[in-house]
Unconditional design. Structure first.
Length: 236
């Protein structure tokens, strides 16, 4: 089955405990484009992308891959359909070597080689246990694994978390490279202006609801609009 070109949320809400943590989200992520999902801490960004990838269930609304509802699909089936989720932190298997980590998603030697081409540092340490790598190198392993999986859609949750700015700015452009290869990227990132500079479309969520939805360039060019959105004010 050919990969769908869109990943769509229709009025999605996600609950934690007794009530909703985020509500009323409608969004379309298109292949070849980056969509930034930003907002203050605790606004529900992580909960939303966990619902998309199947880590957690959503309470209301629908999630579609192309025209196909995937609400009842398992996380494994969503991943097999091309939805890859890079979670917060560096989700590597520390006892495995770099090569073994990459082999979890690379189906052929050529897929592994293509992924490693973006990370020459990893080629030098291909047979080292990932536990011995620096935090930045471990994040490279996570990204290389995503490249090797050849996703249709990539959900990235706070890739910069715990990394020095010099390392993060080295890795961040690779998200654009993935998008240019035809991947649809939904990017959650604490460095708002970097995310907006990379994205075509943006959502700001605050207080568990969408406070802005539209061109990322508009937010980047208007600090007052961005400030109001972060405070939860309606921004058309």
């Amino acid at each position: 089955m050919d990969a769908a070109n869109t990943l769509t949320l229709d009025d999605v809400s996600v609950n934690r405990g007794a009530g909703p943590v985020i509500s009323g989200v409608s969004l379309t992520v298109r292949r070849g484009e980056v969509t930034a999902l930003v907002g203050p801490n605790g606004a529900g960004k992580t909960s939303l992308i966990e619902a998309i990838s199947g880590v957690t269930a959503h309470a209301t609304g629908s999630i579609l891959l192309g025209d196909t509802p995937i609400d009842k699909w398992s996380r494994v089936n969503r991943a097999r359909a091309g939805i890859v989720h890079i979670e917060q932190g560096r989700a590597v298997f520390p006892s495995l070597t770099v090569r073994e980590n990459l082999s979890l998603t690379a189906r052929t030697d050529s897929e592994m080689e293509e992924a490693l081409a973006h990370f020459p540092e990893l080629e030098k340490r291909i047979d080292a246990p990932t536990a011995l790598l620096s935090g930045g190198e471990q994040q490279m392993v996570v990204l290389a694994r995503a490249f090797a999986a050849r996703p249709a859609f990539l959900l990235v949750d706070e890739m910069s978390l715990g990394l020095a700015p010099v390392v993060f700015t080295r890795l961040f452009p690779l998200i654009r490279t993935l998008a240019e290869s035809g991947v649809g990227v939904l990017l959650v990132e604490q460095f708002t202006h970097l995310a907006l500079g990379l994205a075509g479309e943006a959502l700001v969520v605050a207080g568990g609801r969408v406070a802005y939805q539209g061109p990322a360039a508009r937010l980047e060019a208007d600090p007052e609009l961005l400030r109001r959105a972060y405070l939860g004010g309606a921004a058309a």
